[in-house]
Design a protein around this ligand. Sequence first.
Ligand code: CTP
Length: 394
Amino acid sequence: MSLRGREVVLGVGGGIAAYKSCDVLRRLQDRGYSVTVVPTPSSLNFVGKATWEALSGRPANTQVWENVHTVPHIALADSADYFLIAPATADLIARLAAGRADDLLTNLVLASDVPKMLVPAMHPSMWLDPATVSNVQTLRTRGFIVMDPDVGRLTGNDLGPGRFPETSSILEKFDALTGNIQDFKGKRILVTAGGTREAIDPVRFIGNKSSGKQGIAIALAARDRGAIVHLIAANFDTSKLDGIEISKVESTADMQKVLSQQFPLCDVLIMSAAVADARPKSLSMDKIKKALFGSIDLEENPDLLASLAASKKGQLIFGFAAETKDHLQEARRKLEAKGLDLIYVNDVSGGAIFGQDQTMGTILLRNDADIAVKEVSKDALGNLLLDQAIRQLG
Ligand code: CTP
C-alpha cells in the first residue's frame, strides 16, 4: 500500500520534547506522509509557529478561532488518516481522557475516529502519578496507542521513565500502525518514465503519448517503501517529487547516457518510459518550412533495455509494453528478446491507459507465469511490481 496522500496530524504538546518533534516531522515526510502540525498553545513556548509552518509547508493553527470560515476542526478532522501526538504531556493526556475540546488539537481528536498514537514525555513523578496512570489506561481502553516513554535522564538531573523516545522507535511504531512497510530499505531503484522526444528542428519533435504517471507512481511507492530512488524523467513535470533523485532528459540518447551511469549502481531497473523508436537522421538547425515537409529520413534508436540486459550484473530489469493486438504473445516475445525479468503489458487499443490514473493489464514473468491485473490505480500497480521485485531479490 502506498502512503502517498496519507494525511497525518502531528499534534505537539507543551513539553520541552516539542523540539524533538521537528525531527519526527522530517522523518514522517521522508517516508511519504503528508503532515499538518497542530501545536497546543502552550507548546509554542518551546517551538514557535514559524518553525512548524516552515518545516511542514502548511499553516500550523492552535485554535478553532483561526480561519473560522473554513471550519478548521471539522475540515482537518475529515482529511486526517492518522494522528501522532508527540510529545503528549500529562495535561494533554488528562484533557484527552476527559474528552475536552479547549484548543484545536483536542477538538480534532474528538471530531475524528481515525487511529491515534500518543508519545508521552514528562517528569517520572508525573508519569507515575495515579491520575496520569489512570488517564493513560482510559485512553488505551478507548483504542489510543500510547507508547511507553523511555527510561533515562530527564531535562534536569532526574532519572526515570518519562524521556521522549528516539525518533526511530516512534516511527517504527507509527509505521506498524499505518501498515507502512520499509522492505526496500538500502535498495537502489532506477525508474525511467515519460516519453522521449527526438528533435526534427528547433520547434518540432517526434514524441509519444506517455504522461509519466505510471513511472512517477512506481518511484513514489519505492521511496515510501524505503528505497533510494533515481528517476530518469522524460518530458513531464517533476516539481512535486520530494525524496527522489531526478535526471531530466529529452531524447533517447540523453536517456541512454544517464542509464549507462546509473544502471551499474542499481538493484532494480523499472523501465516504464516510452522510448521513441526512431529519430531523424539529421537535425535541422533552422525551422523547416511546411512547403518543404515532404518526408523525414529516420533511423532506428538503439534498444536501451536489450543493451543493458546484456551487461547486467545481478540487477533485476522490468519492462513495459503497450500493445494494440496480440498483447500477451508480443509481451512474452519482448520479455525474452530483451532479457527481462518481468514485463507489464497493457492493451492500449482505443487509446486506453495513457494519461489515466487507472491501469489494467498482465504481469508476465520468466517462468511462464501470467498475473492478470484487474483495473487498479497506477499507485497500486507500482506496489504490485515492487512486491515482485522484492520476491525476486530474495
Ligand atoms: N525500450 C527500450 N529501448 C527502445 C524501445 C523500448 O529500452 N528503443 C523499452 C521500453 O522502455 C519498454 C520496453 O522496451 O520497457 C518495451 O517497449 P516497446 O516500445 O513496446 O518495445 P519495442 O522493442 O520498441 O517494440 P515495438 O516494435 O512494438 O515498438
